[in-house]
Structure formats: structure tokens, C-alpha cells
Design a protein around this ligand. Structure first.
Ligand code: TYM
Length: 332
């Protein structure tokens, strides 16, 4: 508990351009939860370097992401929004937790298997131990709740296991975190291959709605989205393309699939696709405008970045000091 509130932690990688999946599966939920919890939202740039990054692009992406968090509705005066690389405690705790995590556990991580296939020329140790850094992020702030998309649940389970293991050895040290998954939109799929997750690393440009896409691009991508021959807007696994579009529509407009099925009962796929495109545009356009104008407020952003890094460091230190003492490191 901090200031009478439970603690929430989440983060996103500052790599490339984010997708609609990142927004609907995570960021949108952060915004809806941010007043209820004491929140830490990190731009997780340490995680990004498991894949080679151009230094200038990484810096620019990180700043864009910071501005996106704020543009989406998070308040940097209330929520602690910060760059992970500004808080050395993440790397310190990560090393310690390395020594409490088994190779077998890391070997089971499906994201490691996927990412090593995609980056076969650079399977570095960071890619393998990445889930430990993620556990350190979460445990460093004694987080109660972690809002994530479905693809991150295996990593969260590992963070819980590490916390429980450490607590078992040294006595209560870490809060054991719970995942928070939204009711809908926890796994937005590719518009071209609806059996695959929508992902920024997808090379098929029409598969992914980027958060930077303008309205014409969104309409074009929706028109080309894969559907089926059933001709009925129905929420069923036999129609994965349409099911995914219903998920997107519902997550963007805060309604349930049954309601969407009723609304589009007598409509064709063309009309439905246009309604989905409009729903996406009305969510993304205001965020894009706010993000662009925030990026021009250089001093304000710099000030928020500095202030929040300091705040995050203070909270991180509390946990680190306790952990180091329990482990047996000499007092400083
Ligand atoms: P990342 O950067 O890949 O994604 C950020 C968040 O977006 C969610 N997400 C999706 N949700 C629904 N449908 C999709 N197609 C989709 N794609 C992505 C992810 O589940 C995630 O919640 N390892 C994390 C970042 C991280 C983190 C943390 C998260 C580092 N430390 C601590 C929570 C707590 C990652 O790579 O997410």
C-alpha cells in the first residue's frame, strides 16, 4: 500500500511503433485503473535492448512513448511515469532475482522461444533472462496488480513464483502480484492472419494497425482485413477474422460482443468493417493530436521525466535496501 492505495505497475517496450493491440490490451486499462491505484508506468527501455537498437531511434521512441502515456490519459503529476533506465534498482534487483530463478523455468517461456526464432542471429543472454528483469520491475515497487495483455501472463506467473520462493527463504519481502486482464481485447489478432497476435514486428503492413496510422490508412487496412464466407457478424471461433474485428470494436467502444452482434445483425461485412474503422479512428485521433502537441512542450516533458525518475528511485530504494539486508550484503 502506498498513500492508502494498492500499487499498480505496468510497462511497455520503447521499440518501434506501438499497435492497436498495445492500446486496447494494456494502455486503455491503465487509464481506467489509474485513479484507484498508486501507479507506476514505465517506459521499459532496458527490455528493448535485447534486440539491437539504433541509439537515436531508441531515445526518440522512448520519448514518444512517454508522451503517448500522457496523451492517452495518464497524469504524470499523479502517476509515476518514468524511464526504466533512469532507475538503476531494476538492474540491481534483476541480478539478485537471477540467482533465484531456474534455467528450466526460463526455458519454458514461450516468448523466448518465439523471439529466438525471429532473431536467430542474436539470441543473447538478455533475451533469455528478460522475464527476470520483468519480475524485478514488478517486485521492486511491491506491486499488487499488473495490467497486461494475455501474451504476458506467463511472465507474470514467473514473477509470482520468484516472489513466493524468495519470501519462503527470507520471510515476507515481496508482495505477490496479481495480473489484471481486461474483459475484452486481451489478445488482438492480426488482421491478415487472425490466428496470430497483432504484433509490431509483423512484416505484413496490412496485418497491424499502428497507433500512428492516419484515418485513411486505418480504413484501407480494415477494408483488406481477412473475413470469411459466412456473411454474418457473429462472435464465434469458427469465424476468427470477424471475431477479432468484434473484439476490436467492443474494446474500442466499451460494449459487449452480444451487443455488437445485435447492432450488426442485418449488416454486411463492408458496413461492419467501416464501423470498426470509425471506432478505431475516434479513439486514436485525439490521442495522436495530444501526443504531437505534448512532444512540443519540451520543458514540461523534461521536468516530468526528471521528477518522476526521482520518485521512482525513492520507492525502488526502499525495497532494494530491505532485500540486500535480508540477503546478507553489508550496510552502506
Ligand atoms: P510489450 O511492450 O510487448 O506490450 C505492452 C503491453 O501490450 C500488450 N499487448 C497486447 N494486448 C492485446 N493484444 C495484443 N495484440 C497485444 N500486443 C501487446 C502486452 O500484453 C503488454 O501488456 N515484457 C513486456 C513489458 C514489460 C512489463 C513489465 C509489463 C516489462 N516489464 C512489467 C508489465 C509489468 C512487453 O514486452 O510488453
Amino acid at each position: 500500500m502506498l498513500e492508502g492505495k494498492k500499487v499498480l505497475f505496468s510497462g511497455m517496450q520503447a521499440t518501434g511503433t506501438l499497435t492497436l493491440g498495445n492500446y486496447l490490451g494494456a494502455l486503455k486499462n491503465w487509464v481506467s485503473l489509474n485513479e484507484q491505484y498508486f501507479c507506476f508506468f514505465s517506459v521499459v527501455d532496458l527490455h528493448s535492448i535485447t534486440i539491437r537498437q539504433d541509439p537515436e531511434t531508441l531515445r526518440e521512441n522512448a520519448r514518444n512513448l512517454f508522451a503517448l502515456y500522457v496523451a492517452a490519459g495518464l497524469n504524470p503529476e499523479q502517476n509515476c511515469i518514468y524511464y526504466q533506465s533512469h532507475v538503476s534498482g531494476h538492474a540491481q534487483l534483476s541480478w539478485i532475482l537471477n540467482c533465484f530463478t531456474y534455467m528450466g523455468e526460463l526455458n519454458r517461456m514461450t516468448q523466448f522461444k518465439d523471439k529466438s526464432k525471429k532473431n536467430s542471429e542474436n539470441i543473447n543472454a538478455g533475451l533469455f533472462t528478460y522475464p527476470i528483469l520483468m519480475a524485478a520491475d514488478i517486485l521492486l515497487y511491491q506491486s499488487d496488480v499488473v495490467p497486461i495483455g494475455l501474451d504476458q501472463t506467463q511472465h507474470l506467473e514467473l514473477a509470482r513464483d520468484i516472489a513466493i520462493r524468495f519470501n519462503g527463504i527470507y520471510g515476507d519481502t515481496f508482495t505477490v502480484p496479481e495480473a489484471y486482464l481486461g474483459k475484452i481485447g486481451t489478445k488482438i489478432m492480426s488482421l491478415q492472419e487472425p490466428s496470430k497476435k497483432m504484433s509490431k514486428s509483423d512484416t505484413q503492413t496490412n496485418a497491424t494497425i499502428l497507433l500512428t496510422d492516419d484515418s485513411d490508412t486505418i480504413v484501407r487496412k480494415l477494408k483488406r482485413a481477412v473475413t470469411d464466407l459466412e456473411g454474418k457478424v457473429a462472435y464465434r471461433k469458427e469465424q476468427p477474422g470477424i471475431k477479432n474485428l468484434i473484439d476490436i470494436y467492443c474494446a474500442a467502444t466499451d460494449i459487449l460482443p452480444e451487443q455488437a452482434e445485435k447492432t450488426f445483425a442485418n449488416k454486411g461485412y463492408g458496413d461492419f468493417k467501416m464501423a470498426v474503422a470509425e471506432a478505431i479512428i475516434s479513439v486514436l485521433e485525439p490521442i495522436q493530436k495530444r501526443q504531437q502537441s505534448l512532444l512540443k512542450e519540451k520543458e514540461y516533458l523534461d521536468q516530468m521525466i526528471r521528477k518522476n525518475a526521482q520518485k521512482a528511485n525513492e520507492h525502488a530504494q526502499k525495497t532494494l535496501v530491505e532485500v540486500e539486508k535480508k540477503i546478507g550484503f553489508p550496510a552502506k
